[in-house]
Design a protein around this ligand. Structure first.
Ligand SMILES: Cc1cc2nc3c(=O)[nH]c(=O)nc-3n(C[C@H](O)[C@H](O)[C@H](O)COP(=O)(O)OP(=O)(O)OC[C@H]3O[C@@H](n4cnc5c(N)ncnc54)[C@H](O)[C@@H]3O)c2cc1C
Length: 412
């Protein structure tokens, strides 16, 4: 059996590795001319890390990522709301990682090339469309000069991201992505460590927020690459470009955060020292009622693009990758395997897409904004800690990374 994967992002590459580990042959075709280290930071939650460790990628992750130790929430004036340990510090048997997306993609690509051979990953191939004929899928890809290449396989997995061509062909009436009304400016700044040097923070409320976390270990002078996201609400009809390569300008957002200078982190300085700023609208796609059509299925953002609340997107895609390989290797027949994959993963991710629209675990920020009478000291005491803890616990359960669920899972 020889499969095809469209897209060599985090999910396409991980899917190739899981299929290869299961003894199945697959090729990845990617539209980019070459895989460059694009993007800024993302988080890998323990349930997905467990699978990456199973793939033998633990040392590579440790060499480029930060083992996230805690998550803290603050109001816009820097008052503490809630904090919880994360990863190993929370008793998980594997870490949570904060990592540069480009570094993660590069290490996955290296593993694919080393284990499966360079010929298993073909760049400069943009999927145009596909047809199913008998027991095979015939796909057409174009290169940058417009030459069309016909490629056939026993199946096709669309791991081609939020603007997936595979999804568009399967669901031609899906329409545009769904816009939250928030614009995100993102960057990474080489700067002094803050708090524990492995802390992730979120500050603000539903209409204006920052998320900050380090994505490299401190150097000898205590400097780290610090990932940041600044977001605020704009009118829904605001024009936006849903392209990860979109450039942002400091003048568009930074002044709104001028007063966000906390004793432990100077947010405006972080923004001003970034060498490059990306701009991206907060978009997702409506949950689908079907992913698998015969020998074609969807995975990762192509299947379930979600708002980044909860820091879950890449992790959920990695769970897809593992599930596809488990189903294909156990069932050996593509059509029932893809059906079973969808039955397991679609309901789980549908719930998350919807919960993230309600800001996921980050709803504690707005809760404080709505309920604080303004009399709290350096820490908010206006909402009982138990209520905040319940929100955090419920989200972990929903997203599949409650500690007991992760630690129970055996490796292998
Ligand atoms: C350039 C880029 C930068 C990003 N930066 C960040 C970031 O800083 N932080 C963050 O949290 N998330 C980022 N993301 C999104 C994040 O990677 C995903 O949300 C998550 O990892 C799920 O990955 P995915 O593989 O499903 O999708 P993606 O990571 O989007 O990967 C999809 C892949 O498919 C390729 N592709 C698209 N269309 C076609 C086609 N027609 N034919 C062939 N190949 C195709 C794309 O080039 C890409 O390599 C970024 C995505 C991209 C593409």
């Amino acid at each position: 059996m020889q499969g095809l994967i469209a897209g060599a992002g985090i999910v396409g590459l991980t899917t190739a590795l899981t299929l290869h580990k299961a003894g199945l042959k697959v090729r990845i075709l990617e539209e980019a001319l070459e895989i460059k280290e694009l993007g800024v930071g993302l988080n890998l939650l323990p349930h997905s890390v467990k699978h990456l460790i199973d793939l033998g990628l633990g040392p590579a992750l440790d060499s480029v990522a930060v083992r996230t130790g805690e998550l803290r929430f603050f109001s816009e004036d820097g008052k503490a709301i809630w904090q919880e340990p994360r990863g190993l510090d929370a008793g998980y048997d594997v870490p949570q990682y904060s990592i540069h997306r480009g570094k993660l993609q590069a290490l996955l690509k290296q593993a694919v090339v080393e284990r499966m051979g360079a010929q298993s990953l073909v760049t400069d191939r943009r999927l145009l469309g596909f047809t199913e004929q008998g027991d095979s899928v015939n796909a057409e890809f174009s290169d940058h000069s417009g030459v069309v290449h016909k490629v056939s396989g026993d199946y096709l997995i669309g791991a081609d991201g939020i603007n997936s061509v595979v999804r568009q062909q399967l669901h031609p009436d899906q329409g545009s992505p769904h816009f939250a009304g928030l614009i995100l400016w993102r960057g990474a700044t080489f700067s002094h460590s803050f708090l524990t040097a492995k802390t992730m923070i979120m500050a603000g409320h539903a209409d204006q927020k920052v998320v900050v976390y380090p994505i490299s270990s401190p150097d000898s002078e205590g400097q780290q690459l610090i990932n940041w996201v600044a977001e605020f609400r704009v009118p829904l009809e605001t024009a936006h470009v849903d392209d990860w390569k979109g450039e942002g300008q400091l003048e568009e957002f930074a002044a709104r955060f001028d007063s966000w200078q906390f004793s432990w982190l100077n947010v405006p300085v972080l923004f001003r020292q970034a060498s490059r700023i990306y701009k991206f609208p907060m978009i997702d796609r409506d949950p689908l009622d079907r992913w698998s059509f015969g020998r074609v299925t969807l995975a990762g953002d192509a299947a379930h693009a979600m708002f980044p609340n909860g820091s879950n997107g890449a992790s959920q895609g990695i769970l897809d990758a593992v599930c596809i390989a488990e189903q294909l290797s156990s069932q050996r027949e593509v059509v029932p395997a893809f059906k079973a994959f969808e039955e397991i993963r679609r309901p789980a991710t549908t719930r998350l897409i919807l919960d993230n629209r309600n800001t996921g675990p980050e709803r504690v920020l707005q809760l404080i904004k709505d309920r604080c009478p303004g009399t709290c000291g350096s820490e908010h005491t206006c909402v009982p800690a138990g209520e905040l803890e319940d929100i955090a616990r419920a989200y972990k359960k929903l997203a599949g990374f409650a500690r007991s669920d992760v630690n129970e899972k055996t490796s292998g």
